[in-house]
Design a protein around this ligand. Sequence first.
Ligand code: DX5
Ligand code: ZN
Length: 229
Amino acid sequence: MTLIEAGPSGLLRLAPSILAADFGALASAVEAIDEETDWIHVDVMDGHFVPNVSIGPPVVESLRRYSGKFFDCHLMMTDPGAYLEAFAKAGADGCTVHVEVGGTAALIQDARSLGLRVGLAANPDTSFADVAPFLADIDLLLLMTVFPGFGGQSFMGDVMDKVKVARHEIDTQELALDLEVDGGIDVTTAPIAVNAGANVLVAGSAIFSRANPLDAARALRTAAVTARS
Ligand code: DX5
Ligand code: ZN
């Protein structure tokens, strides 16, 4: 594993999003960046919660054979509860559901009972108050820095106020909670997110759309670590 130094806000983790990789060569894409990967971020889109369709449990199951890393599955789905078991069986390590779909308490319980690490996601225009009641029951809070649905969008800096509030609550309540940001993360925006309090950085385009994804991941990690020090 390449987990880097522990800080007051927990480990900093780089989570490359395979959404930006070549779907025809996913195994070699994840293998190529393995040494700079902490988590593999799997973006699951159902064509309903978001206007795009991506991948599901069969791809997780296949990819599982090529990577021992933590599979961080981001379920952009209207009905994630119907698929949690399939993701768990396929080899997902963690599943993140969106607070906007409702039924959050039951979804958290279902994911937990399947042995999954549990994440809760909030869109850029969803307030911190909507996720706050669940903080003690989850392992990861994902604050979207773009509106979900597509890779390659621009980072929304105004979400950083919410990241700061979340970091303050996590530290004040001494919660063992990862704070993840997703969308438009690159060498310029990663330090901004880390300085605001994020400790898990999802990046798709900034890694897989580059000529050398491994070098790009390394540069991203360096930028994030530098921001921390
Ligand atoms: C957006 C996805 C993100 C996205 C990140 O719907 O949840 O994970 O793929 O891609 P980049 O890094 O290209 O913004
Ligand atoms: Zn995502």
